[in-house]
Design a protein around this ligand. Structure first.
Ligand code: NAD
Length: 685
């Protein structure tokens, strides 16, 4: 038995690969050993390559040297496969990327049927592709149709899902059964071999040029172009590795995969994504902004006030993370809805094998509906998520304060109201902080932590410990209107509204928004956020500043859509889009053309429109940086991608310049400033 056991986590790196290779050689050449079980002595089976390994590969500029480095891991996995002894993977925890590729090279795979087991090939999400045999072994094992989405989308499956889709051959109920089953399989399969080494091997579902499979590939190519908009070369490389590699013998296929993996490693988008979504995200998860010397948070009881769209999801997340959670709303019906909401998610997770029935029940038992503040007495953390209305929020703070535990912290989920001003109505502003979640809060991975002027170090430490406990990534920002995320993200939607006022056809605005790499067009986003809400925030800001923001396109558009047309956005059933009541797909409101007569836009202007979407956000981000709102640029990069999906291939709002190339970036910003206005001016120095 070979058990991976590296602290703090099992990963593939130069050292661990060398140790594994030696250990493997030892068992393969030991005559007393008839078969091998590969498993892990830790909670995870084996995660893929670690940060340093990927960075080291990326630093190799000589293509042949890089190819040899990539191939060396393939060789180890080939040795598992062709070493002459049966090898079984006993997967007792996450087997992702290289971890699952190792399992694929074994002759049989059994996984523990437990919530913490995840199986998949997520490499594409970092701008890469599976480079240790994944694109060749998986389709040869489960067929092209099933393998395509797993490789191109990088989905992570539960053990049960992986079993149902054929990624593993068996499930075990507990760790001892896992090993028993593995040994049993070894004893009955002395001459196991992976079929793809057989000259007569046929891919399940037929070869790639079979008439049944040809449309699959064409469809996948079209879908990949639609999804990536040309911004993610790695997806096309993955497709090429599949298409070319599956037409030739397996060993040749591995060489083709290695060559495309090398190409992917050298793209600016892979560098940008690895840097932000892997290196910097992991760094932020270690809480670099946590004040030193503050003891770990002692949060046992959490109180969530407001059970609307945000509150109910936040309460669910808290209960799922192990907190005793109480939720209250002014409407008892809405409060009860929080439990129904949690039940629905738990049912789905249970059905997918991501939770056992008893785990689901335990989570639900931790979620209580409070009829009064008394029931929330002793709360260590209060998360306020009532409507975005200052008097309502102030009233809630006054009412809950007497019931807070002695060291309790109050956090507001406000999207726009400055934290300092909210804190000022409480008796302990040093224990008041902003915890800005993103919708849908049960899924979105980011929390923006906002420091009020008087927020103390213990409140910050507690907030950060809490965010990690619920499994999300925190960024820390200083107080200001719109903080960091809402403020920068808002410029994207506004740029779309400006284009509408300029007469750019709405469909073009939406398509070019997505072409820039944003997940959704700006008009669709305005509908999601709600035009009413944007208009209200503008009015509130004008009232607070005591002047009219005449430059802001939300002014005219909000007035027209909210006051005159009664089209408030998606929730209200009509906005820039029509939302058919019979559940048909939404479509742009045809009357838009009457209110915003369109002008001819030649394709020559498209690059300007695409760049406006990105540069306007980048310039605003730099302004927040100059104003000292961010504690670090990495917070801005990670926050922009995880928070609102800012073009991930660029590595985030600050890394953008690096991605584009600084010189080109400066030149282009200057050009856009001259042509379209000051909002594109980047305050670099
Ligand atoms: P929502 O309208 O869905 O829910 C607000 C809830 O507060 C309602 O259920 C309402 O009954 C309740 N409420 C009002 N007064 C109350 C009181 N005195 N006591 C208890 N409950 C009361 O709104 P939402 O979208 O969940 O937003 C809530 C907060 O979260 C706002 O501050 C908003 O700015 C912020 N936020 C929203 C989003 C988003 O995308 N919707 C994202 C981040 C932050």
């Amino acid at each position: 038995m070979l058990a991976w056991n590296m602290a703090p986590v099992n990963v593939l790196n130069a050292e661990s690969i060398a140790i594994f290779r030696d250990a493997l050689e030892e068992v393969l050449t030991d005559e007393r050993c008839e078969g091998v079980v590969i498993t892990s002595a830790r909670r995870e089976f084996l995660a893929g390559a670690d940060v340093y390994t990927i960075e080291r590969l990326m630093s190799i500029s000589d293509v042949e040297e890089l190819y040899r480095a990539v191939w060396s891991l393939q060789e180890v996995f080939l040795r598992i496969e062709t070493g002459g002894k049966p090898v079984v993977a006993a997967i007792n925890g996450a087997a992702l990327g290289g971890g699952y590729e190792l399992a694929l090279s074994c002759h049989y795979r059994i996984a523990l049927d437990a919530a913490h087991v995840e199986i998949g090939l997520p490499e594409v999400q970092l701008g890469l592709l599976p480079g240790a045999g994944g694109t060749q072994r998986l389709p040869r094992k489960i067929g092209l149709a099933s393998a395509l989405p797993l490789i191109l989308e990088g989905r992570r499956l539960s053990a049960r899902e992986a079993y149902n889709q054929g990624l593993i051959e068996a499930l075990a109920e507990n760790p001892s059964q896992l090993i028993e089953k593995a040994l049993e399989w070894l004893s009955t399969s002395p001459s196991a071999q992976n079929p793809w080494h057989d000259p007569g091997f046929q891919i399940p579902g037929g070869p790639i040029y079979h008439p049944r499979n040809a449309p699959l590939m064409t469809g996948a190519i079209a879908k990949a172009h639609e999804k990536t908009q040309g911004n993610y070369p790695n997806i096309l490389y993955a497709l090429s590795a599949l298409y070319e590699g599956l037409q030739v013998p397996f060993m040749k296929g591995l060489e083709i995969e290695a060559a495309y993996f090398v190409k992917a490693l050298q793209t600016p988008s892979a560098r940008a994504m690895v840097r932000t979504l892997f290196v910097e995200k992991q760094r932020l998860d270690k809480l670099p902004h946590r004040p030193a010397g503050v003891a770990p948070a002692r949060i046992e009881k959490v109180a969530v006030i407001g059970a609307g769209m945000m509150g109910r999801a936040i309460a669910y997340v808290c209960a799922a993370a192990g907190y005793d959670t109480w939720i209250k709303d002014q409407s008892p019906d809405i409060a009860r809805g929080a439990r129904t909401f949690a039940e629905k998610i738990l049912r789905q997770r249970r059905d997918r094998g991501r939770l056992t029935p008893s785990e689901a029940e335990a989570i639900l038992n931790r979620l209580h509906i409070a009829a009064s503040y008394e029931e929330m007495a002793g709360a260590d953390l209060v998360i306020e998520a009532v409507i975005e209305d200052r008097p309502t929020k102030n009233q809630v703070y006054r009412e809950i304060e007497p019931y807070l535990s002695e060291r309790g912290v109050i956090a507001s989920n406000t999207s726009t109201l400055p934290i300092t001003s909210l804190a000022s109505v409480t008796s302990r502003p040093e224990r008041f902080i902003g915890l800005h979640f993103f919708s849908p809060a049960e899924r979105m991975p980011l929390v923006e932590v906002i420091l009020g002027e008087k927020t103390g170090s213990e409140a910050l430490a507690w907030a950060l410990d809490f965010v990690r406990q619920i499994g999300k990534t925190p960024i820390v920002v200083r107080d200001s209107r719109g903080f960091f995320t809402s403020r920068v993200f808002g410029t994207y939607v506004r740029e779309g509204l400006r284009m509408l006022l300029e007469g750019v056809p709405p469909a073009l605005i939406e398509n070019l928004g997505r072409k820039s790499g944003m997940p959704v067009g700006p008009l669709a986003l305005a509908d999601e956020v709600s035009i009413t809400l944007m208009y209200q925030i503008l009015r509130q800001t004008e009232a607070d500043l005591g002047r009219e923001l005449t430059e802001d396109p939300v002014r005219v558009i909000g007035k027209l859509f909210v006051e005159e047309l009664g089209r408030p956005g998606r929730k209200g059933g009509a906005g820039f889009y029509e939302y058919p009541s019979d559940g048909q797909t939404k479509y742009l409101w045809p009357e838009l053309a009457r209110h915003f007569p369109v002008r001819e836009v030649s394709p020559g202007l498209y690059p300007d429109l695409v760049d406006r979407f990105l540069y306007v956000q980048v310039a605003e981000a730099w302004r927040t940086w100059r104003e000292g709102i961010l504690l670090g640029q990495a917070d801005g990069d990670v926050g922009s991608i995880l928070g609102w999906g800012f073009a991930p291939y660029t590595g985030g709002v600050f890394h953008f310049a690096e991605y584009i190339g600084w010189e080109r970036f400066r030149r282009r910003s200057a050009e856009l400033t001259e042509k379209y206005g000051e909002r594109f001016q980047v305050p670099l120095e």
